[in-house]
Ligand binder design. Structure first.
Ligand SMILES: [Zn+2]
Length: 249
């Protein structure tokens, strides 16, 4: 069963923290989405772009040539009642086109290439966890950003993946038009498929500008999604260990 937002309306109380999310997952081991209005975790202001992301964005902007997408943006600006020829807006269409190309560049990235050469055989079966991976994506309903943190854990089954590859893997799927729940599932399923662990757990906490700017949710509202596969689905103890490691900071 896949949970839809509508299934949760009215049935899920407001959750305050990962303890409650853990309990919620016990009843829905396949994962799903829950929104809560208070922060389970300190959502610090430190969420900033990493240096390499800034560099990549700049590359896209530098390479931008006047093109059809820029022309379309120019027409959007005109339809909004603005004058695309005024000084401040002259280069905006090409900049917007470049930023959209960057923010959707995940479509052109190959997961196998990203993970290439970073799978190692090990005799190790303790949980591997990478938490607080910064995440920036675009909601597919409004083309507005959602951003936050991704926490990934897996229990190896003879193989581990280089830790630095997990943030790259998150980017491959985040730089697309997304819904948070699908993004969470894609990350979990890809690790399951490529690393073949005993199980994988992925939790994403994110703020959606389309929610906070419209005022439909409180400013601090965070959407939490979880995907639990393998031992993370089957064993409450494994899930709890993951969530308590995420919480301990
Ligand atoms: Zn949206």
């Amino acid at each position: 069963m896949k949970l839809q937002d509508a299934d949760l309306e009215g049935t899920v109380p407001r959750y305050k923290g990962l303890d409650e999310i853990s309990q919620w997952l016990d009843g829905r081991p396949e994962g799903g989405m829950v929104r809560y209005s208070r922060l389970a975790l300190p959502f610090s202001e430190e969420v900033t772009m990493k240096t390499d992301e800034t560099a990549a964005w700049t590359e896209f902007e530098t390479a931008a040539e006047p093109d059809a997408l820029g022309e379309d943006i120019r027409s959007v600006i005109r339809r909004l009642g603005e004058d695309p020829e005024r000084e401040g807006l002259l280069k905006t269409p090409e900049r917007v086109a470049a930023s959209l190309r960057f923010l959707t560049s995940g479509y052109h990235q190959d997961v196998d290439k990203v993970l290439n050469g970073a799978l190692y055989s090990v005799d190790y079966d303790e949980m591997v966890i990478v938490k607080d991976i910064e995440l920036f994506s675009l909601c597919e309903h409004h083309l507005l950003p959602f951003f936050g943190r991704c926490h990934i854990a897996y229990v190896p089954h003879g193989k581990v993946v280089g830790l630095s590859k997990l943030p790259r893997l998150v980017e491959v799927f985040a730089r697309r038009l997304q819904v948070q729940e699908r993004l969470t599932n894609q990350i979990a399923e890809t690790i399951m498929e490529k690393v073949n662990p005993q199980g994988v757990g992925v939790v994403i906490e994110a703020k959606h500008l389309c929610m906070v700017m419209r005022g439909v949710e409180k400013q601090n509202s965070v959407a939490v999604t979880a995907a639990m596969l393998g031992v993370f689905r089957d064993s409450q103890q494994t899930r709890d260990e993951f969530l308590s490691l995420v919480r301990g900071r």
